[in-house]
Design a protein around this ligand. Structure first.
Ligand code: ATP
Ligand code: MG
Length: 274
């Protein structure tokens, strides 16, 4: 069990959905950038061996000397892992393909579900004064994702507005429930955000209606539209907010950050001023 008496540190959000290509990394990068625009200091933990968040934030493979793998499995100071990104206020724990072997190595580890929790709650991290830690999860319910759910205060679920979107959620919700019953009783659902939404498409509207009917308040009012600028931005190693600040995609991620911060207003106010 985790220690509920610990002082409140940064708010830790796992961006998770075991379905591939639904907008986890895009949401992690752009939400981080939008929160940073509002003066928040963010650590993005790339927990996906694909390393898409690292690439998308301009941290090239050769610059990924120490990585999230080391954070989990090697006893390495967190300061040696965290690097700056192309976005002021957004810092990164980068990932490389070696994370794909971590899953196997974790199985043999007694503390296998708690390694990321321990890494993100080490006292050395306090000196960074992060407001939020966002964890970009891989597209699976593997031990890596379980580590994210155990380490996090809340889960943010990107849901692609397409057929079968909701079916995939059942398995994720069961995993969240299991983690709540065992390792992290305080785990909340931050919210579900509809991604790649196309207002001209009946199917998008149907998925939205179903999601709101089933999940109610958990679904963010903000929806992320399908927007080509969003998909172009990573190849320029930038969030869409920096790549095309006036795009609809940028506006949507700014709105999502605003909605998230509004939901957090009481929590933020409780925290000691810095
Ligand atoms: N709102 C959007 N509009 C247009 N393209 C988008 C949007 N969101 C994401 N994409 C594109 O869709 C693809 C998948 O997005 P992304 O990589 O964020 O998903 P993911 O869930 O992280 O994928 P994986 O499961 O592989 O980690 C990417 O090419 C991305 O650029
Ligand atoms: Mg991804």
């Amino acid at each position: 069990m985790l220690d509920p008496t610990r002082p409140r540190g940064p708010h830790i959000i796992a961006v998770a959905n075991q379905k591939g290509g639904v907008g986890k990394t895009t949401t992690a990068i752009n939400l981080a950038a939008a929160l940073a625009e509002r003066g928040k200091k963010i650590l993005l933990v790339d927990l996906d061996p694909q390393g898409n968040a690292s690439t998308g934030l301009g941290v090239e493979p050769h610059a990924r000397r120490a990585t999230t793998y080391d954070l989990l499995l090697d006893d390495i100071p967190v300061a040696d892992v965290i690097v700056a990104t192309t976005v002021s206020g957004v810092w990164l724990s980068p990932a490389t393909t070696d994370l794909s072997s971590a899953d196997m190595e974790l199985v043999a580890n007694e503390k296998r579900s708690f390694l990321l929790y321990d890494a993100l709650h080490q006292p050395a991290l306090d000196a960074w004064f992060f407001d939020f830690i966002l964890i970009d999860c891989p597209p699976s319910l593997s031990l890596l994702t379980v580590n994210a759910l155990v380490a996090a205060n809340a889960v943010l679920v990107p849901l692609q507005a397409e057929f079968f979107a909701l079916e995939g959620l059942t398995q994720l919700m069961l995993t969240i429930r299991e983690v709540r019953q065992t390792a992290n009783t305080l785990l909340r659902i931050e919210g579900v955000v509809l991604t790649m939404y196309d207002t001209r498409n009946n199917l998008s509207q149907q998925v939205e209606a179903d999601a709101r009917a089933t999940l109610g308040e958990l679904v963010f009012r903000t929806m992320i539209p399908r927007n080509v600028r969003i998909s172009e931005a990573p190849s320029h190693a930038l969030p869409v907010l920096a790549y095309d600040s006036a795009s609809k995609g940028s506006a949507a991620y700014r709105a999502l950050a605003g909605e998230l911060l509004a939901r957090h207003a009481p929590v933020q106010a409780e925290r000691a001023p810095r």
